[in-house]
Design a protein around this ligand. Structure first.
Ligand SMILES: Nc1ncnc2c1ncn2[C@@H]1O[C@H](COP(=O)(O)OP(=O)(O)O)[C@@H](O)[C@H]1O
Ligand SMILES: [Mg+2]
Length: 746
């Protein structure tokens, strides 16, 4: 995404300079006040750097992180490495051998954390560069500070003209209005956000009228804050002029909307912001008014959702107009709404709406964090935080956010007034995640705490079932698989009695896996098939993808490589649809063993590398996963694979570095371009196919743009072409087509 409206205006010289600066310096910080264009320039520079140097680039928006303690996890997550912990040194150690450009956008949101992390990264990872944006410089040794200036007159006027024409299609730059526009841009000091806001006023005022009102504002401001830098004053004046043009209700809504982080859907605004002077039924019209004034921008995927966003500078401005009490009230409603959203989503996990629920949560992730941060900080809400985190259990796993789940659990677990059920459920989840991340001692002590609660208070069947599943995992990791089996038999019974179907199928799945772990392949097969039979009719895909993949593994153990490969591919299409990296890791692993059995050594090594990268991305050490590592060794031995050879190491490294779509193509045993048979030639260009695949994974245009480093407008064009070429009317059809295409190609 180059800007929130489309393509970059001007900044050619800056881009050229940045290209060469980024060639030599390892830390470049773009500084300047809000609204000057740092984010826009940083993203364009990163895209340019990625193209020019063919280097990986990763972008992290620090405003979306909400909590400085999540910075370490998030950086490790975005780069895709396993860190032992979230401290700067641990994260730095984990990325030591990575090469690429990391963009940390908006460091002012958590300056201290950013400074220590960047310093540690630069010291530990010689091939890593950082491009930061911040109000001030970071002050780290070796930093090259590049102040971002305003747009020169010509570019500012061009920006005004394009934005005005977007707001009002009949708008033209003419001899009549050119002078007023030039003076306006000058009065705004070329601050892009101020220019955009002014351009939006074209709906109600002429350029001359916009200028006059702005002049009045600026005179007032100069009297008020003489020492504020001119550019900040210009933006302030423009903000105030926009604010003044809003109706009182719009002003109120604008202020209340500032509790959202990372955008919001309309329904959330209606619930969170209405009341106390605002009618829920009016919110739609008010949002429309704020869109007209460029206070909000719209984001959608053309079919299944619409959301709105507000830039940080606008949020901060609006926040100031709320009293502390009003902020608290808005945050409490925000928390209540997101708690509800999570409850509804969780109720839909077991069924055909699963993938949609997961996607909705993904889009609302920044708001979930905001709600959790508020809840864990207040003892009155800490129990609710636990409920939210616990309800999201499968979602944390599917998105590979296990570290983040642990983060929130650690903060909320001691909430004194949580119900025993909630407490036990949270402790069980905490124990499970700790074990999974190779911290069995912590896992055991958390589960003991849970046992202690259960000893004093009876808990319901669902809670007991969860604790038993967690305990079985801990037992497996400890090397006591028989103990695990006993817990799981009980877990399945408790889950069945509870009526929580998602829990039940999860317990059945883990039971099936555990039978396999102890070598009872027949029971494993029957149990896993039962899991498929329970999930398939309701359209559940998350648990089913694991069950299919495990059945594939069993087929391979019975020397039926064809069936194995077939099952793995079916599983892979599902896990790819959900964006489930851990299921994908499992599939890649088994496909590697299939390749080894077929004596396709290079393919095996490449897939092992890809699987390894997926495990580490999740914070899981693949060698520590019981059974998996034993089977991997066995299949390597049988195929005569030697990890020490240069050929193995090269292929392994290649697999570890492959981008996700190429991993999928490889795993499905085809390459995107080359192997399409002529008769089913796909009518899309390679780029369109790429876009279609991302659309198929549920990404919005904006997310696709970010993923591919192209502008949102370009993505829109691609999507239009895809729909037209395939004769489809919706993105859902594209998604179905992508899945079918994957299945059709042998
Ligand atoms: N060079 C540019 N071309 C087009 N739009 C721009 C440009 N620079 C900034 N903008 C727009 O101005 C607004 C503020 O820019 P942003 O990059 O978010 O500023 P910052 O990160 O410094 O706060 C955004 O809406 C952005 O789209
Ligand atoms: Mg910014």
């Amino acid at each position: 995404m180059t800007s929130r409206h489309g393509d970059l205006v001007g900044r050619r010289q800056e881009l050229a300079d940045l290209r060469s600066t980024l060639g030599s310096a390892r830390l470049v910080t773009l500084t300047g006040p809000g609204g000057i264009g740092k984010t826009t320039l940083a993203r364009a520079a990163a895209a340019d750097h990625g193209r020019a140097r063919r280097e990986e680039t990763w972008v992290l928006d620090l405003a979306d992180l909400v909590d400085a303690d999540l910075l370490g996890h998030s950086v490790a997550g975005v780069i895709g490495v396993q860190a032992r912990g979230a401290s700067a040194d641990e994260v730095a150690a984990a990325v030591a051998d990575r090469a690429g450009l990391l963009v940390l956008d908006g460091c002012e949101a958590m300056l201290d954390a950013a400074v220590s992390l960047v310093a540690a990264l630069l010291a530990a990872a010689p091939r890593l560069r950082v491009l930061a944006t911040s109000h001030q410089q970071l002050g780290v040794t070796g930093e090259v500070v590049v102040p971002v200036g305003p747009l020169p007159a010509e570019d500012a006027q061009a920006l005004f003209a394009t934005r005005a024409a977007t707001a009002l299609p009949s708008f033209r730059l003419t001899d009549d209005n050119a002078v007023a526009i030039a003076r306006l841009c000058e009065a705004l000091d070329g601050v892009p956000l101020a220019v955009e806001l002014a351009a939006a006023r074209i709906l109600v005022l002429s350029p001359q009228g916009i200028l006059e009102r702005l002049d009045d504002r600026q005179r007032l401001l100069v009297k008020g804050a003489r020492d504020a830098p001119a550019r900040q004053r210009s933006l302030r004046a423009s903000l105030e002029a926009s604010h003044e043009l809003c109706t009182p209700d719009e002003q109120l809504l604008w202020a209340r909307l500032s509790v959202f982080t990372g955008g919001f859907p309309l329904e959330a605004a209606e619930e969170v912001c209405a009341g106390d002077g605002l009618d829920a039924g009016d919110v739609l019209d008010l949002v429309d008014g704020l869109l007209d004034k460029s206070v909000l921008t719209r984001e959608d995927d053309g079919a299944s959702y619409v959301r709105f966003r507000m830039l940080d500078s606008l949020r901060e401005y609006a926040r100031e107009t709320l009293t502390e009490d009003q902020v608290q009230a808005a945050r409490a409603r925000h928390l209540a709404w997101y708690a509800d959203l999570v409850g509804t989503a969780a109720a839909g996990f077991f069924g055909p709406g699963q993938a949609t629920s997961y996607r909705t949560l993904r889009r609302e992730h920044a708001n979930l964090r905001e709600a959790l941060r508020y809840a864990v900080a207040d003892p009155r809400h800490a129990a609710q935080a636990l409920e939210i985190v616990a309800a999201l259990e499968p979602w944390w796993a599917v998105t590979g956010r296990v570290s983040e789940a642990r983060h929130w659990l650690a903060r909320a677990c001691d909430a004194a007034d949580a119900r025993p059920d909630t407490r036990v459920r949270a402790l069980a989840l905490a124990g499970w995640t700790a074990t999974l991340q190779g911290d069995p001692d912590a896992g055991r002590s958390l589960l003991e705490k849970a046992d202690a609660v259960v000893a004093e208070h009876p808990v319901d069947d669902a809670t007991r079932g969860r604790l038993l599943v967690a305990r079985s995992l801990e037992a497996s990791w400890r090397g006591a698989p028989d103990e695990a089996l006993v817990s799981l038999e009980q877990a399945v019974a408790a889950a069945h009695a509870s009526g929580d179907r998602m829990l039940e199928v999860t317990a059945v799945l883990v039971l099936g896996l555990s039978h396999a772990f102890v070598g009872d392949l027949d029971r494993a097969g029957v149990t896993l098939q039962a899991c498929v039979d329970l999930t398939e009719p309701v359209g559940e895909v998350h648990v089913r993808s694991y069950a299919l993949s495990a059945l594939g593994m069993l087929a391979l153990l019975r020397a039926d490589a064809d069936t194995a490969a077939d099952l793995e591919r079916r599983a892979l299409v599902m896990s790819a649809e959900l964006g489930d990296r851990s299921a994908t890791a499992f599939v890649l692993e088994v496909l590697a063993w299939v390749a080894a059995a077929e004596r396709r050594t290079e393919r095996a090594a490449t897939l092992l590398g890809a699987a390894d990268a997926h495990w580490r991305h999740l914070g899981v050490d693949p060698d520590a996963v019981p059974y998996l590592s034993a089977n991997r060794r066995l299949s390597e031995e049988r195929a005569g694979i030697d990890r020490g050879t240069p050929a193995f190491r090269t292929a392994f490294a290649r697999g570890a570095a492959l981008p996700e779509d190429e991993v999928l193509a490889l795993a499905l045993d085809r390459t995107v371009e080359a192997t399409t048979p002529a008769e089913e030639q796909v009518p899309l260009t390679r780029r369109e196919l790429e876009v279609a695949q991302l659309v198929g994974r549920g990404l919005s245009n904006r997310e696709v743009a970010e993923e591919l480093f192209i502008s949102q407008r370009t993505v829109e064009t691609h999507v239009d072409n895809i729909l037209r070429k395939l004769g489809f009317g919706s993105r859902t059809q594209v998604a179905a087509w992508v899945v079918e295409l994957a299945a059709r190609r042998p």
